[in-house]
Design a protein around this ligand. Structure first.
Ligand code: SF4
Ligand code: SF4
Length: 474
């Protein structure tokens, strides 16, 4: 990775992911401590709860994100990537992070514990791999380090097989997407099933006829994470779960389900935090406009963006993982319907509709530059420059309609780079790293371009062509 056009902060996160198993490099102990005494070690009937490399340390990321906002103008995100390893050498990295942001992190670790509580109450049998849990490496994919991702994913596949894992349940939809969509593309004979928490909870609640009750009435709104709703097509399960909790009133924001808006993450929170914040404000206004008392969602990165956004706009709305609300209701007891005519409806609900809104992802023959170029040219040449995608693009709107930060602009840049026009890989990479990979563009493209996948492959081309010395940005 060294010697490439990759920004320092991306290198920092990618190296941490593969070396210590979490994006911040805080180490195994910090990553697994939330599960001590809660779950048996190793898979149970082939099933594990998988915490991933973000959720267990997301409070530290939130702390750093807040600090960067305060220090804007004095310190940028790449300086953080330089300070981290230095503090680690001095032996003060973990201690310092824990002293500063340990309290914030506790909220995220509590959500993991709540998820395990809910699953066990529903009778789901599973273990946890503790320090043996191999990181999914999804950050490598996000940032276009696709050769590194492939190598890592092949190792993860072998490791999970050795450990006897056949099914993964996770609270993180980005990790679920990696295991369900990216691994089958990059790893031959990938056989592990990956489920997001809400899928299995909805299915079990339907099968068992579960009804829950809160001891208070609460008006909530739900932010559908892009990865869960638009990419994996998981929408109905959330509404089903909330509909089964007495005391909950759901008010939907104008954009919801597969048409959800972006909260500003998708990797942008790490590469360009000021822009990520700007993107989040639009969504925050929509969510607060619902009049809800509480915002629920199902993604650690969305929680971070929404929590920090509500605070900076002084809107005082709390944000929780859906798992925590379900756990709260379950602590009041779990009612199971006796078998009646409702049994038929229940059986139907075991198969929730799986929405498919994104076009098929293009696959190059290999990750060699020529093959990447062939696929990227073939696809980006189809672009009609109609700009329907720009209307939907949140980074374009957040930056006063700057073409180079729009979906169409990024397609044009990738095309120019691959054609050998005078553009610099490093500059192209900077524009491509300003994308949140939300997929709203792909949803509205009349020629069926999977724009955000092309952006990931475009990142890979810019990185590897930059390393090869193509163009002055190398
Ligand atoms: S280019 Fe597409 S995926 Fe990227 S921010 Fe714009 S709409 Fe989202
Ligand atoms: S909507 Fe599709 S065809 Fe139209 S400009 Fe965007 S990427 Fe090109």
């Amino acid at each position: 990775m060294r010697g490439t056009a990759v920004p320092e902060i991306v290198r920092f996160a990618a190296e941490n992911t593969t070396q210590t198993g979490d994006i911040l490099g805080l180490g195994t102990e910090q990553r697994v401590r939330w599960a001590k005494g809660l779950l048996p070690r190793g898979p149970v009937n082939g099933t594990v709860f998988y915490s991933g490399e973000m959720y267990p340390v997301m409070g530290y990321a939130e702390g750093a994100f807040r600090m960067l906002k305060r220090l804007e103008g004095f310190m940028d995100v790449n300086s953080l990537a330089r300070v981290g390893p230095l503090m680690r050498k001095l032996g003060i990295y973990r201690v310092g992070a824990r002293a500063l942001w340990g309290g914030l992190n506790e909220k995220y670790q509590r959500a993991l514990r709540d998820a395990v509580y809910v699953l066990r109450k529903l009778g789901v049998e599973m273990g946890y791999l503790f320090e043996d849990e191999p990181p999914s490496g999804v950050a490598l994919h996000t940032y276009g380090l696709l050769r590194e991702f492939k190598e890592h994913a092949e190792w993860v596949s072998r490791r999970l097989e050795e450990l006897g894992v056949r099914r993964i349940i996770t609270l993180d939809p980005i990790v679920a997407t990696a295991f369900r969509l990216y691994y089958p593309e990059f790893v031959k004979d990938w056989r592990v099933e990956a489920l997001h928490f809400v899928e299995i909870v909805a299915r079990e609640m339907a099968r068992q006829g579960v009804r829950l009750r809160l001891s208070r009435r609460v008006r909530v709104t739900y932010h559908d994470p892009c990865y869960l709703a638009r990419t994996l097509g998981v929408v109905d399960e959330v509404r089903f779960i909330l509909g089964r909790i007495e005391g909950v009133e759901l008010v939907e924001p104008p954009r919801h389900g597969v048409n959800t808006g972006c909260s500003g993450d998708g990797g942008l929170e790490l590469t360009q935090p000021p822009l990520a914040r700007k993107v989040s404000y639009e969504r925050i206004e929509e969510l607060s406009g619902t009049g809800a008392e509480r915002v629920l969602t199902s993604c650690p990165a969305c929680i971070m963006m929404l929590r920090t956004g509500f605070d900076s706009m002084n809107l005082g709305l709390g944000v929780d993982d859906l798992a925590s609300l379900v756990a709260e209701a379950m602590r009041n007891g779990v009612e199971r319907e006796v078998e009646t005519d409702a049994g038929e409806e229940r059986r139907e609900k075991l198969f929730f509709k799986r929405y498919r809104v994104l076009p098929r992802s293009p696959e190059p023959k290999s990750l060699e530059l020529d093959d990447l170029a062939e696929m990227l040219l073939w696809e980006t040449d189809k672009c009609k420059k109609c700009g329907f995608c720009n209307v939907e693009c949140p980074t374009y709107r957040a930056l006063d309609r700057l073409e180079s930060r729009s979906a169409r602009g990024r397609m044009t840049l990738i095309n120019s780079l691959v054609r050998g026009d005078p553009v610099r890989p490093r500059a192209v990479l900077d524009r491509l790293y300003s994308c949140v990979l939300c997929g709203q563009c792909s949803q509205s493209c009349p020629v069926g371009l999977h724009v955000q996948e092309l952006i990931v492959y475009g990142r890979a081309y810019a990185i590897y062509s930059g390393r090869a010395g193509v163009g002055p940005g190398a």
